[in-house]
Design a protein around this ligand. Structure first.
Ligand code: CA
Ligand code: CA
Ligand code: CA
Length: 229
């Protein structure tokens, strides 16, 4: 898969995502604002005020506990998640299985996190046809939506992003290709391992660490408002 094709897939994968939400919408629906999405799109949630749960994913993937994620460990982690989503075990994530991912496994991706500062001039995500995706020809920045809000890689919908032949289902080899690309992006020094130092902060992680907007109400108020405690 050539890089530009991958990027095109990422762009259209964002279609349909992104409903503005209040922080209250997350409460009681099994969702959390303190959430990290693994590179495969698996959500890791933590209670408000707890450390950002990126290391929960890291610990899960680092099965030999040597403090770094090897390529094999990364692929195994991605494969385990694929098999979890492939509920009928036919080797594909089909449309109903993808819908189950969006609605039940990772409902956070259908909301827009109110804490995340969006680009001032953003262009809407592409529609399902993939046509007219950016009438501004790249002059405006893309909105941060879907899993991109909680992930280290800008992929609004990591399952559909892997659907490189655009037939609305993800085969195991497509998933492996996407997984290998993701590993390459994250292993920034290309030594074959992802170390804690190579982890990138997610937009939600930045937002949760940012000072309160306007600075008038102070940090405590922001925490109260957005973290629900
Ligand atoms: Ca390891
Ligand atoms: Ca299936
Ligand atoms: Ca590395």
């Amino acid at each position: 898969m050539r890089p530009y094709r991958f990027l095109f897939t990422l762009l259209i994968a964002g279609a349909g995502l992104g409903t503005a939400a209040n922080a209250q919408d997350y409460v009681g629906a099994g969702m959390s604002l303190n959430v990290f999405f693994s590179p495969s799109g698996q959500p890791f949630r933590a209670a408000p005020g707890q450390p950002y749960p990126v290391m929960a994913w890291f610990a899960q993937a680092d099965t030999d506990k040597d403090g770094k994620i090897s390529h094999d460990e990364f692929v195994n982690d991605a494969t385990t998640f694929f098999n979890k989503l492939d509920t009928n075990h036919d080797g594909y994530i089909n449309s109903p299985e993808n819908s189950a991912y969006e609605n039940d496994v990772a409902p956070e991706i259908t909301r827009i996190d109110p804490r995340i500062k969006q680009p001032k001039n953003y262009v809407a995500q592409a529609d399902d046809s993939g046509e007219n995706s950016d009438p501004t020809a790249g002059r405006y920045q893309k909105q941060i939506v879907g899993a991109s809000q909680y992930g280290m890689i800008d992929e609004p919908q990591p399952i559909r992003a892997a659907d490189s032949n655009l037939d609305f289902r993800v085969r195991t080899d497509e998933w492996l290709n996407a997984t290998n690309q993701r590993f390459s992006i994250l292993d920034s020094n290309q030594d074959g391992f992802i170390t804690p130092e190579e982890l990138l902060k997610t937009p939600a992680q930045f937002a949760s660490e940012a000072p309160a907007p306007g600075g008038k109400k102070g940090k405590g108020d922001k925490k109260k408002r957005f973290m629900g405690n």
